[in-house]
Design a protein around this ligand. Structure first.
Ligand code: HDD
Length: 712
C-alpha cells in the first residue's frame, strides 16, 4: 500500500495569531490549500486506499450475488445516501460568486472598521443571491424578493451584510417571521405554488397585516422580476451603526448600487424564462464572470447623526420604512467586484453560512426588532442545516483572521486544538488565548454603550404605526408604465386567490388606504366594487415623491454586456453582420449569430458562417435586442420560418430594440408591424447608432399598449 497522502486537505488558515495577508490574497486568487485538485491523482477510498476497479461490485462469480464485505462499494453508496443537507428554510434557491471589495478612501471619520480605511486593500468577499419562496430546484425568474448576502473576509473577522434587493421588509417584529414564511411558502396541503406568492395563504396574511403594505407594493413592482442579478440594487434594510475610533456612533443604512444600472424583465418574459431557462439568472452571472464582464456594485451608506434619530416622520428602527435618498443622500464607500465563479456549488454556495450577527469592530446593531430577532435565528438555523456548531470551520465560512478560544468538540470539529487549557483564565497554557482590551490598539470588539432605561414589555412602538404613507410614496414615485405593471401584478396575483373575502379585504383595507385609483383599477380587474374611501386617515408626510425609487432613473449610461441576437439564414449579407458586430463590440455588447439550425449558414458572398446556436435553442427571452441583417435569400427564408417570425414578434412584444437591415425591412409587412422608437430599419451606420441608442433605453415603453395585442 502506498503511504502517499491524498491531495491537499490541510487548512492554511488556522494557527497564526496575526492576520495573514497572504491568506487574504489566497481567497482572491484561488490558492486556498483546502481546494482539492485530483489532476494526476489516483482514485482512492476515503481511507486513502487505491481503487483497482470502480466499475464492478465484488460478487460471487460474474453472475453471482454481491458480497457484503465489499467495503469499497459500501463506502461509496453510504456516502451517496447522505449527500443532501436540509435546504435553507427560506432563500433555498441561490447562486454565489467570489470577488473583492475595495474602499474608495479612508473612512475613519465614520468607522474604525479596517476594511473601510485603506484604499489599497482588497478584502475578499463571497456573495450569494437567492429567491425567497421557492425550493432549491425552482425557477430563477419568478416574482419574488431576491436575497443579496455578502460575506466580507476582513482581517478583523467576518462581516456578513445579509440584505435583499428591496429596502424594506414585510413585518416589523421577528416574532412574526415564522407566520409570514408559512403564509408565503407553498400551501401545506398540496405544496403549491412553487416559487410564487399568488395564492390564498400569502394574501390572507398580508391583507390581515397592514404593516406589510409597503413591502408588498415592492414585491408587486418590477423590482420583483429583475433582469439579472447583476442589475439589482441591494439593501441592508435595517438601520445599523458605524462607530469610529473615538467612539462616535452614527446610524447608517447600507446600499449596493450596480454599475450595470437597475432594470427588470417584463412579466410575460419572466414567466416564459421560468420554463425556457429556469437557470436564467445563475447562468447570466456565471457567464458574465467567465467572459470577464465582472459585475460591480458600489457600496454606500445613508448617514444619520445620532441627534437626528427622531427627525423623520417615521421611525428609523422600523424595517418597513426606507429613508428617501432625497432626504439623506448616499455616501459612497467603495466598490465590490465579482470575478471568480465557485469551483464547487455544494462546498461553497450551499455551505456558505451567513449570519447578520457577524460584525466587526466599527459596525454595530440598532434596536430594530426585526434585526434583533435575526441575530438569534441565523446561527440557530446553521446549526441544524450544517449539522452542528462548527460550521465556521467549513472552508467557505472560515475567517481569514485567525480564531482561538475555549470552544471545543461538537460534530464535525476539524481543528486539532493543542494545549491543555480550554478555559479562561488559565495559568497552564500561559493564559493564552487572551482578551484584547478595547483600549488597546486593534482592540477587541466592544458594543456601543447605548443607554437604555425602560420597562420590560411586549409592545410595538407607536412610531411604527403608519403603514400606508410609504407604500403611497413608492406608488406615486413610479413612472406611468411602472404603475401599470403594479396594477397588473396585484390583479394577476389576487386573481389566483380562491377566496373572494381575501381579495376584497386586500382591495378595501390595504389598497384603498394606499391610493384609491390603484384600488379601483385592481377592483375592476377582479370584478369587485371600487372602494370610495380608505379605512384609516391619511397622514401628512414630508416626502411624497422620490425619483430615486423609479427604475426609469436608474438606467446605465452604456449598453455594456447587453446581448443581441443576430438572426441569419443562407444567403445573409455577411458585411452587414460584421458591421453591426463591430459596432456592438465597441460598446461592450455581445452579438450572437442564431440560425434556423445549429449548422453553419452560407453567406451571399459564399463564406461559411458558424452560428452560436439555433433560434429555437436560444430564445428571444434570453436576449436584450434582435438584429436581422439583409441578404435577399436569407430574408426570404426567414419570412416563411415560423420560429424566426415568432422570435421577432416575441421580442417586439417584450418591448425590445429590433433593427432590420437592408432587405430585412420586408419583414415589417410579413409581421404587420410598424417602425417605432425601437423598431428601426436602415442600411448604413445610422442604423447601428439608432439601434445602440434604443438598447440603451432598455425597453420601448411607448410600444407597450400596442404590443398587448400581439399573441406571442
Ligand atoms: Fe432572513 C436567510 C435576508 C429577515 C431568518 N435571509 C436569509 C438570506 C437572506 C436573508 C439574503 C439567505 C442568505 C444566504 O444566501 O444564505 N432575512 C433577510 C432580510 C430580512 C430577513 C433582508 C429582513 C430585513 N430572516 C429574517 C427574519 C428571520 C430570518 C426576521 C427570523 C427571525 N433568514 C432567516 C433564516 C435563513 C435566512 C431562517 C434561512 C437560511 C439561513 O438563514 O441561512 O435563518
Amino acid at each position: 500500500m502506498s503511504t502517499k497522502k491524498p491531495a491537499a486537505t490541510k487548512s492554511a488558515l488556522a494557527g497564526t495569531d496575526t492576520p495573514d495577508r497572504s491568506n487574504t490574497n489566497a481567497k482572491l486568487d484561488s490558492l486556498e490549500t483546502f481546494r482539492s485538485d485530483a489532476t494526476g491523482q489516483a482514485l482512492r477510498t476515503n481511507q486513502g486506499v487505491k481503487v483497482a476497479d470502480n466499475q464492478n461490485t465484488l460478487k460471487a462469480g460474474p453472475r453471482g450475488p454481491s458480497l457484503l464485505e465489499d467495503f469499497i462499494m459500501r463506502e461509496k453508496i453510504t456516502h451517496f445516501d447522505h449527500e443532501r443537507i436540509p435546504e435553507r428554510i427560506v432563500h433555498a434557491r441561490g447562486t454565489g460568486a467570489h470577488g473583492y471589495f475595495q474602499s474608495y478612501e479612508n473612512h475613519s471619520t465614520l468607522t474604525k472598521a479596517g476594511f473601510l480605511q485603506d484604499a489599497s486593500k482588497k478584502t475578499p468577499v463571497f456573495v450569494r443571491f437567492s429567491t425567497v419562496q421557492g425550493p432549491r430546484g425552482s425557477g430563477d425568474t419568478v416574482r419574488d424578493v431576491r436575497g443579496f448576502a455578502v460575506k466580507f473576509f476582513t482581517d478583523e473577522g467576518n462581516f456578513d451584510l445579509v440584505g435583499n434587493n428591496m429596502p424594506v421588509f414585510f413585518i416589523q417584529d421577528a416574532i412574526k417571521f415564522p407566520d409570514f414564511v408559512h403564509a408565503v411558502k407553498p400551501e401545506p396541503h398540496n405544496e403549491m405554488p412553487t416559487g410564487g406568492s399568488a395564492h390564498d395563504t400569502f394574501w390572507d396574511f398580508v391583507s390581515l397585516v397592514p404593516e406589510s403594505a409597503h413591502m408588498v407594493m415592492w414585491a408587486m413592482s418590477d423590482r420583483a422580476i429583475p433582469k439579472s442579478l447583476r442589475s439589482m440594487q441591494g439593501f441592508g434594510v435595517h438601520t445599523f451603526r458605524l462607530i469610529n475610533a473615538e467612539g462616535k456612533s452614527r446610524f447608517v443604512k447600507f446600499h449596493w448600487r450596480p454599475t450595470a444600472g437597475t432594470c427588470s424583465l417584463v412579466w410575460d418574459e419572466a414567466q416564459k424564462l421560468a420554463g425556457k431557462d429556469a437557470d436564467y439568472h445563475r447562468r447570466d452571472l456565471w457567464e458574465s464572470i467567465e467572459t470577464g464582464d465582472y459585475p460591480e456594485w458600489e457600496l454606500g451608506v445613508q448617514v444619520i447623526e445620532e441627534e437626528n434619530e427622531h427627525a423623520f416622520d417615521f421611525d428609523i428602527l422600523d424595517p418597513t420604512k426606507l429613508i428617501p435618498e432625497e432626504l439623506v443622500p448616499i455616501t459612497p464607500l467603495g466598490k465590490m467586484t465579482l470575478n471568480r465563479n465557485p469551483d464547487n456549488f455544494f462546498a461553497e454556495t450551499e455551505q456558505v453560512a451567513f449570519c447578520p450577527g457577524h460584525i466587526v469592530p466599527g459596525i454595530d446593531f440598532s434596536n430594530d426588532p426585526l434585526l434583533q430577532g435575526r441575530l438569534f435565528s441565523y446561527t440557530d438555523t446553521q446549526i441544524s442545516r450544517l449539522g452542528g456548531p462548527n460550521f465556521h470551520e467549513i472552508p467557505i465560512n472560515r475567517p481569514v483572521a485567525p480564531f482561538h478560544n475555549g470552544q471545543r468538540d461538537a460534530q464535525h470539529r476539524s481543528t486539532i486544538d493543542k494545549g491543555r487549557a480550554s478555559y479562561e483564565p488559565n495559568s497552564i497554557d500561559g493564559g493564552w488565548p487572551k482578551e484584547t482590551p478595547s483600549a488597546d490598539q486593534d482592540g477587541g470588539f466592544e458594543s456601543y454603550p447605548e443607554r437604555i432605561d425602560a420597562n420590560k414589555i411586549r409592545q410595538r412602538s407607536e412610531s411604527f404605526g403608519d403603514h400606508f404613507s410609504q407604500a403611497r410614496l413608492f406608488f406615486h414615485s413610479m413612472s406611468e408604465h411602472e404603475q401599470e405593471h403594479i396594477i397588473a401584478a396585484y390583479s394577476f396575483e389576487l386573481g389566483k386567490v380562491e377566496r373572494e373575502n381575501i381579495r376584497a379585504r386586500e382591495v378595501n383595507e390595504i389598497l384603498a388606504n394606499i391610493d384609491l385609483k390603484l384600488a379601483a383599477r385592481v377592483a375592476q380587474n377582479l370584478g369587485l366594487p371600487a372602494p370610495t374611501k380608505g379605512t384609516v386617515e391619511q397622514r401628512k408626510t414630508s416626502s411624497n415623491h422620490s425619483p430615486a425609487l423609479s427604475q426609469v432613473n436608474l438606467l446605465p449610461e452604456n449598453i455594456k454586456t447587453r446581448k443581441v441576437a443576430i438572426l441569419v439564414a443562407n444567403g445573409v449579407d455577411s458585411a452587414a453582420i460584421d458591421g453591426m458586430k463591430k459596432a456592438l463590440k465597441a460598446e461592450g455588447a455581445h452579438g450572437k449569430l442564431l440560425g434556423p439550425t445549429s449548422a453553419p449558414v452560407k453567406a451571399a458572398d459564399g463564406k461559411s458562417l458558424p452560428v452560436d446556436a439555433s433560434m429555437e435553442g436560444s430564445p428571444s427571452v434570453a436576449f436584450d435586442a434582435v438584429f436581422v441583417p439583409g441578404g435577399a435569400a436569407s430574408i426570404k427564408a426567414l419570412s416563411t420560418d415560423g420560429v424566426a417570425l415568432h422570435y421577432l414578434l416575441e421580442a417586439y412584444k417584450h418591448l425590445k430594440a429590433i433593427a432590420l437591415q437592408g432587405e430585412a425591412k420586408q419583414l415589417l409587412d410579413v409581421l404587420k408591424l410598424e417602425v417605432d422608437a425601437g423598431l428601426i430599419v436602415g442600411t448604413d451606420a445610422k442604423l447601428s447608432k439608432a439601434f445602440i441608442a434604443a438598447i440603451g433605453q432598455h425597453r420601448v415603453w411607448d410600444r407597450e399598449a400596442k404590443a398587448k395585442g400581439i399573441p406571442a
